[in-house]
Design a protein around this ligand. Structure first.
Ligand code: HEC
Ligand code: HEC
Ligand code: HEC
Ligand code: HEC
Length: 493
């Protein structure tokens, strides 16, 4: 959306102006190769130096914020699941691939068929993903272990994730988004460039799960793919997706302490954004995260995707008439409100897991625990959906707070039922153990952190180095690709 002025509560939308026909000329057009997917960002740089430079600025945010340290409830909430091992706040797109390789969640493979994760874990990290889908087919891409593509997926999120390599135009590079759009009644063939200002981001900033799909390759081998799938058949709200997962009895994992059949919300950023006032007023992701800049007489969309709060003047004040400081204070207050409700919900959910664990230990049976485990599953799903995409407190404040309130109520219901069960088995005074530091929480979750780190460091010193060497020999990775890339992790600093 462009040319909107929000004055008080009145919104003036003037005639929609398409860039290029309004006196502003936006630089560049056309593709960079005759066929296939050009995943090397440096190749695009030759034609689009300004875009490349602004894209590369996403390297500025290389900060590791260890969320397990900041919120020690998390290792309890995710006990038995990879996220309890390592989970950091998002950083710039330039680091997406490195974050994925370095996280303890992807483990320490020793060859192409080893390690805990499927190939699907690369999916929102690199333009080599659409390249491989193009070269080998989508189902082959989704078959096998993460380590299968260690020497192929080497370029960080870039041009070919959002642009067609032949035409240079914005394009959906991930077929599962097209299937998701069909599920919500949108025709992916009718997506226009205005829709793409949000859908380019929805390719990755969305909720998904891995759906098992049997298939047979050209040589007649039977294979099982784990296909990234958007659970959108009933709609985009937390309740719609919860019903989808309940109906197919899907679980991401069984909780190690409470034994509840859990769901992990990934990052339903697009979905929750759609419920907010900006989306409903036609504002797109690009309006706030990719403002128009000019340099040397040329205008272009700033590809430095980051928090807009660093530049309220040239982003928010395009449409709003308040002072920058006032708007900043409004956003900060929204964050504080979310943090307060979120902390209460996380404490209650973590205690519910620990109290359920105690109930099992004392001899509670499946029938007694069934409803409680469903409460825990549903409560935690609502909490996770509401906050996993980080910006939700601003993108859709009411929906975020509503879901946190429901999460809280559902966790409290579980705990009330647990009081009765614990009393029945003689533990009237049971108080959940202290989980106020990451170390305490990880130990309650049964994790040997030191062992995980030792194995990971060995992987980084051996197989990872080999992958890089092989990728350089294939010509898909060069020194230029990673110039200026630091190497921070949550465990080596
Ligand atoms: C190919 C997948 C992909 C696409 C497409 C994508 N993102 Fe991201 N985005 C990610 C991943 C993965 C991260 C986290 C990177 C990390 O922590 O290493 C991220 C992080 C971010 C961040 C945090 C940056 C920071 O410095 O804190 C913002 C903001 C963001 N994305 C906005 C967008 C917007 C807006 C779009 C659409 C124009 C978009 N993204 C498209 C995958 C993607
Ligand atoms: C995360 C998605 C994403 C990535 C990655 C990305 N772009 Fe874009 N790009 C967009 C979007 C969205 C627009 C349209 C902005 C608009 O409508 O104003 C755009 C617009 C453009 C344009 C049209 C002119 C303009 O400035 O609006 C060019 C040229 C371009 N990008 C080049 C690149 C190059 C080169 C790279 C890699 C260095 C790249 N883009 C990476 C999403 C992306
Ligand atoms: C492209 C135009 C546009 C941009 C850019 C924009 N807004 Fe808005 N904003 C709107 C519209 C339209 C509304 C709805 C106004 C209404 O209905 O009263 C709105 C509403 C709001 C509201 C009130 C609703 C709520 O969720 O509390 C706040 C606060 C707000 N915007 C803050 C910001 C901030 C901060 C930024 C920059 C990061 C920003 N806006 C960028 C158009 C924009
Ligand atoms: C009206 C402006 C606006 C629009 C539109 C908007 N965002 Fe945001 N976004 C923000 C603000 C403000 C924040 C909070 C930044 C902060 O806390 O510093 C944010 C935060 C984020 C973050 C988290 C960054 C972090 O490091 O924690 C991501 C990711 C993100 N937005 C992606 C998107 C995507 C994807 C869309 C479209 C589906 C979108 N945004 C639409 C203003 C906007």
């Amino acid at each position: 959306m462009k040319n909107v002025k929000v004055i008080g509560s009145m919104v003036l939308v003037s005639a929609f102006i398409v860039l290029g026909s309004a006196g502003i000329s936006i630089s560049g057009e056309g593709g960079v190769s005759d066929k296939g997917v050009e995943s090397r960002n440096e190749k695009w740089a030759e034609k689009y130096p300004l875009h490349y430079k602004s894209w590369k600025a996403t390297a500025e945010n290389d900060e590791i914020t260890d969320m397990l340290k900041k919120k020690p409830q998390l290792p309890i909430l995710w006990a038995g699941y990879g996220f309890a091992k390592d989970y950091n706040a998002p950083r710039g797109h330039f680091y997406a691939l490195q974050s994925n390789i370095n996280t303890l969640r992807t483990g320490a493979p020793v060859g192409p068929n080893t390690g805990p994760m499927p190939t699907a874990c690369w999916t929102c990290k690199s333009p080599d993903v659409p390249r491989i889908m193009d070269e080998q087919g989508e189902l082959e891409y989704f078959t096998g272990k993460w380590a299968k593509y260690g020497n192929e997926i080497v370029n960080p999120i870039g041009c070919a994730d959002c642009h067609n390599s032949q035409t240079g135009k914005l394009a959906i590079s991930r077929p599962y988004l097209e299937r998701g759009l069909e599920a919500i009644g949108m025709d992916p063939k009718k997506v226009d460039s205005e829709d793409m200002r949000t859908l380019a981001c929805a390719q990755c900033h969305s909720e998904y799960y891995f759906k098992a799909e049997e298939w047979t390759d050209k040589e007649g081998n039977k294979k099982t793919a784990k296909v990234v799938t958007f659970p959108w058949d009933n709609g985009l709200t937390a309740e719609d997706m919860e019903k989808y997962y309940d109906d197919i009895e899907f679980k991401d994992w069984t909780h190690k302490i409470s034994k509840a059949p859990m769901l992990k919300a990934q990052h339903p950023g697009y979905e929750i954004f759609k419920s907010g006032i900006h989306a409903k007023s036609g504002v797109t992701c690009v309006d706030c995260h990719m403002p128009t800049r000019s340099e040397g007489g040329e205008s272009f969309s700033d590809h430095h995707l980051a928090s807009p709060m660093g530049d309220i003047e040239s982003i928010c004040l395009n449409c709003h008439e308040q002072e920058a400081d006032e708007l900043k204070a409004v956003v900060e207050e929204k964050l504080e409100r979310k943090e307060q409700l979120m902390t209460i919900a996380m404490d209650n959910l973590a205690k519910a897991h620990l109290e359920a664990g105690k109930a099992w230990e004392l001899g509670a049976n499946e029938a007694e625990m069934k409803d409680i485990l469903t409460d825990i599953r549903h409560g935690q799903w609502k909490w996770d959906y509401s906050i996993a995409s980080h910006g939700s407190f601003f993108h859709a404040p009411e929906e975020t707070l509503r879901l946190l309130a429901v999460a809280n109520e559902t966790a409290q219901n579980a705990r009330l039922k647990l009081v009765q069960i614990l009393a029945k088995y003689g533990a009237v005074d049971y108080i959940a153990p202290d989980f106020s530091t990451k170390e305490m929480a990880q130990s309650l979750a049964g994790l040997d952190f030191k062992k995980l780190v030792d194995e990971k460091e060995k992987f980084r010193a051996t197989l990872l180095k080999e992958w890089e060497k092989q990728a350089i020999e294939k010509g898909i990775l060069s020194e230029e690709t990673r110039k200026g890339m630091s190497d921070k992790t949550s465990y080596n600093q």
